[in-house]
Design a binder for this molecule. Sequence first.
Ligand code: B1M
Length: 282
Amino acid sequence: MPLRIDTEQDFDIEDLQYDIEDSRETGRWTDAPPEIKELFHEIEWNIIDGEHQDTVGLIQPALDAEVTARTLIAGPMATGIAEVGRRFKMDEYFLPEVMMSAKCMHAALAILKPLIIAEKTEEIGTVVVGTVQGDLHDIGKKIVAMMLEAAGFTVIDLGVTVPPEDFIAAIREHRPQIVGFSALLTTTMNMQWETLKLIKAEGLRQDVKVFVGGAPISQAWCDKIGADAYAADALIAVDKAKACLNEFVSWKGGDPALHAAMLAMDAEREAQKLAQAEAAVG
Ligand code: B1M
């Protein structure tokens, strides 16, 4: 039986500012058995410290203890790399430290990827994804690609710093229902718009539903550039991608009704979360 551990709970990044002792004292993952909670703190701290071999060494024991690959990604891996981002922003870390932490993430994802992809039981469609031109960030995009694959999509991952022309070539070659752009830099998010403009100019807009994501991306940006859907995380991307193939299959890319339907999914999710929170309070 896989262990259920709440990774949805908002966490305070300040919990990770000092040392592992402090983070052990916080209220995170208190629903996990003590030895798993300890493993999680060790995983996040090894990511923060950029110890990729030790990170890898902690993944298998967690899996052996029935922690799922999804829980590891959404739990200690997400909190660890978030703290790395905070340290970088505050000039406590420089590029070499961030690169070492990114190596930890990649090494752990390499172990977890086959487990996630093994969940695939059906073939439901094709998605082309890539990180836009000028941007080298791909950890989040890889997670999105993995989760889409597990949900039944064939994912064509074009990699990083993908020029708009390469997206066009991939759309023509693979005929995906969905194309997704990832961007992590405020300086590269504009390439999502440029790529979308080229898709329109090439007469392909109606053929594909366009998804956008990445840390600086928002629903407002999605609205502004005329993309069909914004996904704040991998699970939302999967939900919206599946809806595009099931409920909203008749709406073509660029249809305002599709855009509105995607927004309505967010509103519904928020309402559900609120109802759950209220039910929990009693
Ligand atoms: Co850089 N970096 N980085 N970096 N980096 C950020 C993004 C930054 C916010 C750090 C900071 O200042 N706090 C900052 C950007 C600031 C800004 O733009 N305003 C920054 C900077 C400045 C830079 C450089 C410019 C630094 C420099 O050279 N001086 C440089 C740029 C290089 C380039 O791209 N040309 C750079 C380089 C790097 C490394 C190479 C060292 C490394 C990347 C390694 C790699 O990816 N292979 C790196 C890293 C690791 C980060 C941080 C610390 C972590 C990013 C990450 O992996 N997050 C990041 C800080 C941060 O984001 N807070 C930072 C974890 C990942 C799971 O989350 O990617 O958000 P995320 O993905 C999520 C969602 O966003 C969403 O789902 C994912 C899973 O839930 N999502 C999608 C993502 N894509 C999606 C696509 C979709 C749908 C959902 O549909 C298609």
